[in-house]
Ligand binder design. Structure first.
Ligand code: ADP
Length: 626
């Protein structure tokens, strides 16, 4: 029979997988048991909800069996099984489409990452086995199939004999080497302890044949060794256990076992509610962002159980979008097993649960922020953007829930600060919360527009993400303080002496500015003497609601609406350059035109905006130099 190759990308991933991924090889067993449990979940749910199937709880179990003579270890389940097509699809391709391309762009830092991101749990078997054989019969099918592979060079599938629906996965263990002892995975005690540590909470019995010493029936004080089938795991789902009996490690183990993520969660929430609606929930705040998090493919949701039976793998209605990063599960006895997706959406109980959960998550985040800043910042690095989208979305419906969770980089503290921290430090005479937008902290720091505000000693928040300014516009105020861009027309800073000065300047140079404006025509709305510039010669400012940064972002969007900021060219009348400009204004109109255009283009460059005609700009500079 022809051997089929793994898809090319799978082959390479499999190599990495086998050679480098897990530091602890023993987790292969957790992966296989998790798959078995998932498969039983699927058929269990069918059996409970489909009257044509007879239901007997004892029919659902996992069995782990070792055979020392043949060096094999078999994990069997009475789950839903796989059809030939499913074998082909699920076990013939490791990396799901697109994910390998992603991996190539991002250095593999830690193997745990890949496993989670690519769903290659099953292939962990190759860490300990030379040959893996899968014998499976799908629910509703008469024919069983055997899938076999000796690693990276491919696999075969052929029809075979199997009585019951379900799957047996047989590993032919590798030979021992100097560094690795594979025999341990044949040892019942060792296997038992691995199952205890990783898979104790699995809801179905994990059975093993154990040799025990039993008193002989007839003989006095005589013992004999007999084989006995025992259930190794406690089967009590973790969410039904008492919080006080559980350790951080238990929660981390559950997180890993459930493949919520392959990072370590930053925090967990375990809650049991016995009120108007009864439910248990375990929720996690992950540390790392899933690679597709900010893409359309990402699906939010929590696992939903009805009295211990999984009814939905990702119930989106349990999580608001702004907390879509949360992973975990909810089990409620008040939900019907037969509830459909559509009905769920309108379910009153579910809405109540979702509301409670949302509150819990917010409190947990506030708690982290208050008591473990480092962790919170690490969370914020991954998911802060989502919180800001949350402020902006739905016309600001959730802004009050989220505003205290926001952080921005501070010009003074040189780190992320909350709005509350900013406002509580504001000097008496400071009217606004100031911010500046740009591509990076470094670039913002050098913006001429920040000069006056910085000189006043006021703190400036640096906005580097496109969503920042939009979120802030939606907030409008924090603690009664309005937000103000350092580039906006009126900074609200009283500069007693300077104020008069610039007003006088304005008057004095009215003609000069008027002529500059007509030279620049529709490029700017106005030209004026700057109050905010101290050492720099020019900058752009914006009057009105739309800032220059917002113009840039809106115009980069696919549905470009050609929004324009009201740009104002500001000139520092105390700068040496201004004297040259004045001189030209009085004596040489061609030069004046040249200087006006040069200054305008400089202002564009500072702002990170493209200049209309770069060739002309460089020619102009040459003219000045010649
Ligand atoms: P993941 O479980 O993360 O999707 P795996 O590589 O472990 O990735 O498994 C791929 C798929 O193969 C599973 O999603 C499931 O559909 C199928 N599968 C694996 N093991 C079993 C099993 N014991 N019974 C039925 N289906 C299985």
């Amino acid at each position: 029979m022809a051997k089929k190759e793994f898809k090319a990308e799978s082959k390479r991933l499999l190599d990495i997988m086998i050679n480098s991924i897990y530091s602890q090889k023993e987790v292969f067993l957790r992966e296989l048991i998790s798959n078995a449990s998932d498969a039983i979940d699927k058929i269990y749910y069918k059996a409970l909800t489909d009257d044509s199937l007879t239901f007997n709880k004892d029919d659902y179990y996992i069995k782990v069996k070792s055979d020392k003579e043949n060096r094999t270890l078999t994990v069997s389940d009475t789950g839903i099984g796989m059809t030939k097509e499913e074998l082909e699809e699920h076990l013939g391709t490791i990396a799901k489409s697109g994910s390998l391309a992603f991996k190539q762009e991002h250095e593999v830092k830690d193997g745990h990452d890949i496993i989670g991101q690519f769903g290659v749990g099953f292939y962990a078997a190759f860490m300990v086995a030379d040959v893996v054989t899968v014998i499976t019969k799908a629910h509703g099918s008469d024919q069983a199939y055997k899938w076999e592979s000796a690693g990276a060079d491919g696999y075969t599938i052929e029809p075979c004999q199997k009585d019951h629906v379900g799957t047996d996965i047989m590993l032919k263990l590798k030979e021992n080497t100097d560094d690795e002892n594979y025999d341990e995975y044949l040892d019942v005690h060792r296997l038992r302890s691995i199952i205890k540590s990783y898979s104790d909470f699995i809801r179905y019995p994990i059975k093993m044949d154990v040799t025990v010493n039993k008193p002989k029936e007839d003989g006095e004080n005589e013992f004999e060794e007999v084989q006995e089938e025992q259930t190794v795991n406690s089967m009590v789902p973790i969410w039904r256990k008492n919080k006080n009996e559980l350790t951080k490690e238990d929660y981390e183990a559950f997180y890993a076992e459930k493949r919520y993520g392959f990072d370590k969660p930053l925090a967990h929430i375990h809650t049991s509610v016995d009120g108007a609606v009864r439910y248990h929930a375990i929720l996690y705040i992950p540390e790392n962002m899933p690679f597709n998090y900010y893409s359309k493919e990402f699906e939010k949701g929590l696992e939903l159980y009805s009295n211990g039976v999984l009814i939905m793998e990702k119930c989106p209605d349990l999580l608001p979008d702004h907390f879509s990063f949360v992973k975990g599960m909810v089990d409620s006895e008040d939900l019907s097993l037969n509830i459909s997706r559509e009905m769920l959406q309108h379910d009153r109980q579910l809405k109540l649960i979702a509301k409670n959960i949302s509150k819990k998550i917010k409190n947990e985040l506030k708690n982290l922020l208050k008591h473990d800043r480092e962790k919170y910042e690490s969370f914020y690095q991954s998911f802060g953007r989502q919180l800001k989208f949350g402020v902006y979305n739905d016309f600001g419906a959730n802004k009050d829930v989220l505003k205290d969770l926001l952080m921005f980089y501070s010009s003074k503290e040189k780190k992320l600060v909350t709005l509350d921290e900013y406002v509580s430090r504001m000097p008496e005479d400071q009217k606004y919360i100031y911010y500046a937008s740009g591509d990076s902290y470094d670039r913002i720091e050098k913006l001429p527009q920040t000069e006056l505000v910085s000189e006043k000693g006021y703190e400036i928040l640096y906005f580097t993400e496109d969503i920042d300014e939009f979120a802030i516009k939606m907030l409008a105020k924090y603690e009664e303080k309005e937000f103000k861009s350092v580039s906006s027309g009126d900074l609200g800073i009283e500069e007693d002496k300077d104020q008069n000065n610039t007003d006088a300047d304005e008057h004095q140079y009215k003609e000069l500015f008027g002529e500059m404006k007509s030279i620049l025509a529709d490029k700017v709305k106005n030209v004026r003497a700057s109050k905010r510039l101290k050492t720099h010669s020019v900058c752009l400012a914006a009057d009105g609601e739309v800032t220059i940064e917002m113009e840039k972002i809106l115009n980069a969007m696919p549905d470009n609406q050609h929004v324009k900021a009201d740009k104002v060219l500001e000139i520092n009348t105390n700068h040496d350059v201004f004297k040259t400009l004045q001189d030209a204004f009085e004596n040489d109109k061609d030069k004046f035109k040249l200087y006006t255009s040069l200054l305008y283009n400089q202002a564009l460059l500072i702002e990170g905006l493209p200049i209309d005609d770069p060739v002309e700009f460089t020619n102009d500079i040459c003219k000045v130099m010649a």
